[in-house]
Design a binder for this molecule. Structure first.
Ligand code: 13P
Length: 254
């Protein structure tokens, strides 16, 4: 069975102490049956990633950034490049999170360009897609996700999605305590996989589709029973080690 991927997005939270405490516990996590069925990606604020890298020694824990710049070097004050992330051993980069689209005005075209830069650097992009409340009401979920996928496909061709991750994160479910039903998530994940398959049958198997939006220890089991939910992207519930550990325990016991 393919290992489930659990990604923790800490957003603008944490400090040296809380991250060290969290990682010290995560390093010691030992599943009783010894067969861990998940891969974990911790996306701390970028300033703490190097520290985190020096602490982690468990093989199934990786690190992710929450954003990256388009440029590789030069006069771009305040930015971080893919080369810098690679330099400190980061493997994943979240792109196009709805909070970046909303607060930093990132649009589909910019996100598609970043996707290519990340892929070219041999890092793994995690592309966030998903509809807002209004679009959900109007029944436009598939249309919105297709548009967001298309912005990447039309710029770079479908093969760019090989070995990448797509995170379906309905905006209305983020931080709201309102999770999308497992059945509706399954439907849209299947749609995403088939949409890419339509363009690129050979490589569609290599895509991982995650769900994010108020995932916690109480709803993760039902979500992961669905065939096309390959993992979860956890925000709020990943900040508390005990809650996060419960999610890992559940995935390992599936
Ligand atoms: P919550 O789990 O807090 O809803 O956040 C989800 C998210 O935005 C992960 O990227």
């Amino acid at each position: 069975m393919k290992k489930k991927l659990i990604i923790a997005n800490w957003k603008l939270n944490g400090n040296k102490l809380s991250i060290l405490n969290f990682l010290n516990q995560l390093n010691k996590y030992d599943y009783k049956e010894k067969k861990e069925k998940c891969k974990i990606v911790m996306s701390f604020p970028v300033i703490y990633l190097y520290l985190a890298k020096t602490i982690i020694y468990k093989k199934n824990i990786f690190l992710g950034a929450q954003n990256v710049d388009l440029n590789l070097c030069g006069p771009f004050t305040g930015e971080i490049s893919v080369n810098m992330l690679k330099d400190i051993g980061i493997n994943y980069v979240i792109l196009g999170h709805s909070e970046r689209r909303k607060y930093h005005k990132e649009n589909d075209a910019l996100i598609a360009k970043k996707f290519k830069i990340v892929k070219e650097a041999n890092l793994i992009p995690i592309l966030c897609v998903g509809e807002n409340k209004e679009e959900k009401k109007l029944g436009k979920t598939q249309e919105v996700c297709a548009r967001q996928l298309n912005s990447v496909i039309s710029m770079w061709g479908p093969q760019i999605f090989n070995d990448t991750i797509i995170a379906y994160e309905p905006i209305w479910a983020i931080g709201s305590g309102e999770t999308a039903t497992p059945c509706s998530v399954q439907k849209i994940h299947k749609f995403i996989k088939e949409y890419i398959k339509e363009y690129d049958i050979a490589n569609s198997e290599k895509i991982t589709v995650q769900y994010g939006g108020s995932v916690d220890e109480n709803n993760v089991t039902q979500l992961l029973y669905e065939a096309d939910i390959d993992g979860v992207l956890v925000g709020g519930a990943s900040l508390n080690y005990n809650k996060f550990k419960k999610i890992i325990d559940i995935v390992n016991s599936l």
